[in-house]
Design a protein around this ligand. Structure first.
Ligand SMILES: [Zn+2]
Ligand SMILES: [Zn+2]
Length: 461
């Protein structure tokens, strides 16, 4: 019989809140491995006992078949000289150790959550904050590390017993998902009147009213994941012109959000590779060539004289609800979704900022009470020679994942870049953290303050 060995394995990367431990436990069962797995904060620690072949096969499975949203950056393994015999494989709760940690980016709503969102029998039917282990906000709700609900803006929303049961059940889709919530215990959307800054309506009434205003040619500021957008009907020339006039932005293209992939295909050229990026869990704005400069669904003032248009698909549940909601209002297939900021300033993230800066641009504000801690504007991508080409690396699967450099360079660096927009980047040793995209113009005091705030927060992490 083959000799038994015991290995201690440490997995570094995005390994928290992505269902890593249950996956490891399943791999252990399938390879007949005994031992344990625990979440140590900066890494997941595994003790694996079994025949040498089985242990190595198990490590290979952990490396190559991690959970969908995990990102493994490093795996270390060490043979232990131990007499201890593990009776089975168990998931253990343990003290988290301090150390460097990788923060997960925010993840667009997944297919399963989308289905539940529109399932009238589901208890999260039409819940604007539905999320699971595979999707939902991460970086933008984070106060400090380790990443646990009590250190996020979800702290203000204690879980109801049903959500709590899912959170602690390794078989659940919501096991260890920090922002898990439902219609009973989660945050709430509301509509703010721009005239007197009072909350006008809450919940479903607020969503219906926002849809009504947009469908009738008005402009609504909508709070999403990393900040506010200014939103109007992209097929309505008068509405888009009005937004241009109010925002004093005569010609620079506006990004649009499409109802679904099919409507994008109907107006834009889309290769297979582009389709993958557009529908992937990062949901960036992708620059696509229009089939015709003018179509009924996209009026010409969206991107005047430009053969391309920046398109993204809905990534926050509330954005899906803007397109589809059981209230009888007919919504367009494309909505303008441009960052809610005044020229030169970063994207607004709080109601106060939205009041101050966006009131003159919009007819009402659709907001909610889950606070955004770190701004993250939409990522923007183009394609060059049939390969993705990053223009702005930010929300959704990108920031704050580090870019590793190969050298042994040690030091710290602050990089600010871009001509029209800045993505700030904080480097530590050989890793560069393209942190939450702050945007804005460095000559603008609001941008400098937002940058300071972001750096402080990242240091805290
Ligand atoms: Zn999900
Ligand atoms: Zn709940």
């Amino acid at each position: 019989m083959e000799k038994e060995i015991t290995k201690k394995i440490r997995v570094y990367g995005i390994v928290q809140g992505v269902g890593f431990r249950p996956t490891v436990s399943r791999h252990a069962d399938s390879c007949k491995i005994r031992g344990s797995v625990s979440n140590r904060g900066p890494y997941v620690e595994i003790f694996a006992q079994g025949s040498e072949t089985a242990v190595n096969l198990f490590i290979e499975k952990v490396r190559t078949c991690p959970p969908k949203r995990a990102a493994i950056l490093k795996v270390s393994e060490e043979i232990l000289d131990t007499k201890e015999k593990y009776p089975d494989f168990s998931i253990i709760e343990s003290e988290k150790t301090k150390g460097e940690i990788f923060i997960s980016p925010d993840i667009a709503i997944c297919e399963e959550c989308k289905e539940e969102l529109y399932d009238s029998k589901d208890r999260r039917y039409l819940h604007p904050f539905i999320n699971c282990t595979c999707c939902g906000p991460r970086l933008t709700i984070l106060d400090a590390l380790p990443y646990d609900r009590e250190r996020t803006s979800m702290k203000e929303f204690p879980m109801c017993p049903e959500c709590e049961a899912e959170y602690y059940n390794p078989e659940s889709r919501r096991y260890d998902a920090q922002p898990v919530c439902c219609n009973a215990c989660g945050p709430e959307v509301y509509l703010i009147k721009t005239s007197d800054r009072t909350i006008d309506m809450k919940g479903s009434d607020a969503i219906t009213e926002a849809r009504r205003v947009i469908s009738e040619g008005g402009i609504v500021a909508v709070k999403g994941i990393g900040g506010f957008h200014l939103c109007c009907d992209a097929s309505n020339e008068a509405a888009v012109e009005l937004l241009r006039k109010r925002k004093r932005r005569p010609a620079k293209p506006f990004a649009v959000m499409a109802r679904n992939l099919e409507v994008v295909q109907s107006v834009c050229e889309l290769s297979k590779e582009q389709e993958e990026i557009l529908t992937g869990h990062q949901k960036p704005i992708l620059l696509l060539v229009r089939k015709e400069i003018e179509t009924k669904q996209l009026c010409s003032s969206v991107a005047p004289g430009n053969p391309k248009v920046g398109v993204m698909l809905p990534y926050a549940p509330v954005q899906l609800l803007l397109f589809q909601y059981p209230d009888g209002i007919k919504m367009p297939d494309f909505l303008v979704m441009t960052s809610g900021n005044v020229s030169g300033a970063p994207i607004c993230r709080s109601d106060e900022e939205a009041h101050e800066e966006l009131s003159e641009f919009c007819d009402c504000i659709l907001s909610h009470n889950r606070k955004i801690r770190v701004r993250a504007d939409d990522s923007v991508m183009d394609f060059y020679k049939n390969r993705p080409y990053m223009i702005r690396r930010s929300r959704g699967g990108y920031a704050p994942l580090p870019i590793q450099t190969s050298g042994k360079w040690k030091g710290q660096v602050l990089a600010v870049g871009g001509e029209l927009k800045n993505t700030f980047c904080i480097g530590v040793d050989s890793r560069f953290y393209p942190s939450a995209y702050v945007g804005g113009d460095l000559e603008d005091l609001r941008t400098v303050n937002a940058l300071k705030e972001t750096i402080q927060r990242m240091e805290h992490c």
